[in-house]
Design a protein around this ligand. Sequence first.
Ligand SMILES: [Zn+2]
Length: 511
Amino acid sequence: MGKFYVTTPIYYVNDVPHIGHAYTTVAADALARYWKLKGEKVCFLTGTDEHGLKMQRAAQEKGITPQELADRNSEQFKRLWEKMNIGYDDFIRTTEERHMKTVSAFVDRLIKADDIYLGEYEDWYCVPDETYWTETQLLPGRLCPNCKRPVELLKEPSYFFRMSKYRDPLLKHLDLHPDFVQPEVRWNEVKSFVQGEIRDLSISRTTFDWGIPIPNAPGHVTYVWVDALLNYISALGWPDDPEGKFASFWPADVHLIGKDILRHHAVYWPCLLMAAGVPLPKTIFAHGWWTNECRKMSKSLHNFVDPNEMIDQFGLDAFRYFMMREVAFGQDGDFSVTAFKGRINSDLANDLGNLLSRVCGMISRYLDGKLQGAPDLQGIDRELEQGLATTDHEVELCFNKFTFHKALTVIWGFINQVNKYIDTTGPWTLAKDPAKKDRLLTVLFYSAASLRGIAILLWPFIPGSAEKIWEQIGLVPPLVGINRAEQMPFKTFAPKSLIKKAEPLFPRIEV
Ligand SMILES: [Zn+2]
């Protein structure tokens, strides 16, 4: 049995959760569920990033303490993940004792290794992004290249991490591990960034105090990005590892991130880990950005897609499905309500929902809901079972490559194969002839067994609906914890209860 450790970024609690957060988290959830069902030991970590000047200022404006603001907003993320059926294994908050202990121990280790020195930092600082920029990186008019807001010139005594020392080792690592940063276009971006000059990284701030103190350096708190990145190992209990989690799960199999935080994850993070003598994560995967009806989402336009609203209007699994299916993971994509409704009606209601209600309806009508064995097996049946096996194999390849949209395309290929199988075998005709009873039994048994395979394959993406399919074909939920390998071959299909047509899985939406 292997292990799988997947993380989302910890979300900054100054934000209200929007589609960007939901997207990364649903992708991580799909990965975690997939490998869990495969029998791997999985850790899926998410959480919230709660320190920094931006939080301190936002709390001041609201007349509350930063901790109160962090508590309140962190809860919003937890509530959304509950609503979205996100099965994370751990939720880390950077204001937790366990996290702060790791950060102090990590910085202390770098100090002892002489990888940290005191200097003076002066540069252009973007407060909303908590990021320093050099003069050359700024946009005309001294605007932040990331968010296009004005930046401030800040000068302060600061501790520096000798990041420049790790430039060559990082370049070597990139060359040896073309999968370290994905997709390839991001690997290229990181490579060319690292090939340029890498400056030492300022890792402390003295202009505010809402952060984790640098050991033995009064007035200095840890730069919020160093603080935040360490969540990936603090949640595992580094360095003491009292529960053995670090030993079992590190290195991370994949850090899922948005492309806006690529540099922090693919440059700062590996350099910091190398300095501390901690192995590097296997993969950093940066996905693209969503636009809303072809317009960039921004605070000033107030046009962030609100996951709560989408779920209330269209249903949770439709929303989860759409995000994973509509756009190739790694590329930018557009959120459009028309496209969303189209997917619901064609893929979910028509292809999948109709298949389920057809099969359950016929089993109920022709066989009183009772299914046993396949007494009259023919070539087309074996082809169907082979189709599921091939699909299963291809989906695994997709999960290994994080190509969720392809996995779903492949699964829908099989759904269409089953639909065609029913059209070809024509159970409604078989049902009219008592002499063809064995053939009817076989066809309906194979159709329902196919639906079991489909439920297993879809569970990572739309767990709630997969459980409903499971139940409708007479199996006992939950799906989690099943022996997946045993439940794929058709011969092991054994419904526990009567099969009958139920409420449609995905009602059609008015266009
Ligand atoms: Zn900015």
